[in-house]
Design a protein around this ligand. Structure first.
Ligand code: ZN
Length: 134
């Protein structure tokens, strides 16, 4: 079951400069940053009501975030849907013909297991599924 929009991911060149910007928009202090080695990225979350904005900076030149920024510039990268059972949702969506970037969930940021639906099968929208780890 899909529970809510957990966050919207934004690809940025500089987490420091972007955190300055979003701290002003949301009138919040800078959030703590977290390294996500599985995605070669450093991330920071700004909570906004029930959801949050995730800023994502690439940690390496050849990561998917680097490639995204090279191709499309900074901006909205993905929408994250929180689910109660990620393996069940992956199976359900595969039955409908959706393709996954990774159909074995990886450890994402903030204590979640995550899997990404390939944008080729979702009208160009990269969708992240996330289940809170117990
Ligand atoms: Zn995300």
């Amino acid at each position: 079951m899909i529970k809510r929009i957990n966050h919207i991911g934004v690809a940025v060149k500089s987490l420091g400069l972007s955190s300055d910007l979003f701290a002003k928009i949301f009138e919040q202090p800078h959030p703590h940053t977290e390294n996500v080695p599985q995605q070669n990225a450093t991330i920071a979350f700004f909570p906004v009501g029930e959801s949050s904005i995730e800023l994502i900076e690439s940690a390496t030149q050849d990561s998917s975030i680097s490639k995204f920024i090279d191709k499309r510039g900074e901006g909205i990268h993905h929408i994250c849907l929180e689910v109660d059972d990620i393996k069940k949702e992956i199976e359900r969506l595969k039955k409908h013909g959706f393709q996954f970037v990774n159909d074995h969930p990886d450890e994402g940021g903030d204590g979640y297991l995550v899997a990404f639906l390939h944008p080729k099968s979702t009208n160009g929208v990269l969708i992240e599924l996330a289940e809170k780890m117990k």
